[in-house]
Design a protein around this ligand. Structure first.
Ligand code: SAH
Length: 346
């Protein structure tokens, strides 16, 4: 049941301090409660042991502590772990722990379902949609950090916003969550280890630059030809490549940080010389690198991974033009945890 009481974690530290002043207590009490909620991540007022019983009862009467619960957990044979995360209103999102030799990465969701309509992505097919709150995003990271310590004996090292949803369509909450993740009162992680991935919302990319964010930006490009991009990512009609280009130049001018283009190569869709040349041209607008992602089939075969020859062609031409390129192998495919496969199937 959804509670009528307000979620206490929707309050900023300042608001918590003011709350305590308003009930005749000390502002400092707000700091203590804030530390319990965010630093220690407790789920119950009972656990706030340095807060008096009376005050705890008062909090209990006025607020709830909404929190996520890991509903089920699947482990891939390659070590990837997928969490189905239940939100306070019963909706589910997925987040993934991806271990490599040197790091463990959390792939987190920003929305339930997705507001965009990429034809090749399983998440785009989910109907129900709402934005995640900052604490729901933060909690996914905390849960994966715990799993990383448990299964791999080391803390989480990196975070990518590449789970369900379009983070720039939930701008305010995603930025608030990153603030908590990077602040010393939260997880104290360096923003350099965080990457936000967007399908490309030009206005919001500019806003990121204006807000002087310190994390990295990745763009799911998949084609640098407007007509092709519209076919596979229909929202690109509204957010066209020209505007995207301009916003990325703006991003680079303001932040000086290079952009990663995520790129899947499909048979008969973007595997021609013309596609490669268009990508090379696009990469020259603002300093960037290309991450070629393996396609994870989600359907009846409308989309098929291009041949190795086509991928090699891409790599050769990009390298000839001195554009850094990496090829990313899928992880967690056997449990539907790979890119584009998050669809609450369980
Ligand atoms: N909406 C944001 C965040 C999601 S990231 C974005 O689009 O960037 C998920 C990444 O996986 C994106 O790069 C997306 O294009 C890619 N992807 C989606 N479906 C895929 C599939 N079936 N196989 C491989 N990658 C896919």
């Amino acid at each position: 049941m959804v509670s009528e009481k307000k979620d206490i974690r929707a309050l900023s530290k300042e608001e918590l301090r003011n709350f305590f002043v308003s009930i005749g207590d000390k502002a400092f009490r707000g700091n203590q409660v804030y530390e319990w909620l965010w630093g220690k991540g407790i789920h119950s007022f009972e656990d706030m042991t340095n807060i008096s019983k009376g005050t705890r009862a008062h909090l209990e009467a006025n607020f709830v502590i909404n929190h996520i619960e890991v509903d089920s957990l699947q482990k891939s044979k390659d070590g990837t772990v997928k969490n189905a995360v239940k939100l306070h209103d019963g909706l589910i999102v997925e987040s993934v722990l991806i271990p490599t030799e040197k790091r463990t990465t959390a792939c987190v969701s920003s929305q339930v379902g997705c507001s965009l309509d990429c034809k090749f992505c399983a998440t785009a097919r989910l109907k129900r949609m709402r934005n995640l709150n900052p604490d729901e995003i933060y909690d996914q990271v905390v849960a994966i950090d715990k799993e990383s310590r448990l299964y791999h004996d080391r803390p989480l090292s990196n975070i990518v916003f590449m789970g369900m949803g379009e983070p720039l369509m939930n701008y305010k909450n995603v930025l608030k969550a990153i603030d908590k993740i990077t602040s010393n009162e939260g997880l104290g992680m360096s923003p350099k280890r965080i990457t936000l991935s967007t399908s490309g919302v030009p206005k919001m990319i500019k806003k990121l630059a204006d807000d002087e964010v310190k994390f990295n930006l990745a763009v799911s490009l998949h084609s640098a030809i407007q007509e092709t991009r519209e076919q596979i990512m229909p929202f690109a009609k509204s957010f066209n490549l020209e505007d995207l280009r301009e916003s990325l130049e703006y991003w680079y001018a303001k932040t000086g940080r290079i952009i990663t283009y995520e790129y899947v190569v499909w048979k008969g869709i973007n595997d021609s010389k013309e596609d490669i040349d268009a990508l090379v041209r696009f990469c020259k607008y603002a300093p960037s690198k290309v991450n070629i992602i393996e396609y994870n089939p989600i359907d009846d075969g409308e989309f098929q991974q291009a041949s190795d020859t086509a991928i090699d062609q891409y790599i050769a031409v990009l390298e000839r033009n001195r554009i850094p390129v990496t090829v990313r192998r899928s992880r967690g495919k056997d449990i539907d945890a790979a890119c584009g496969q998050l669809a609450n199937k369980h």
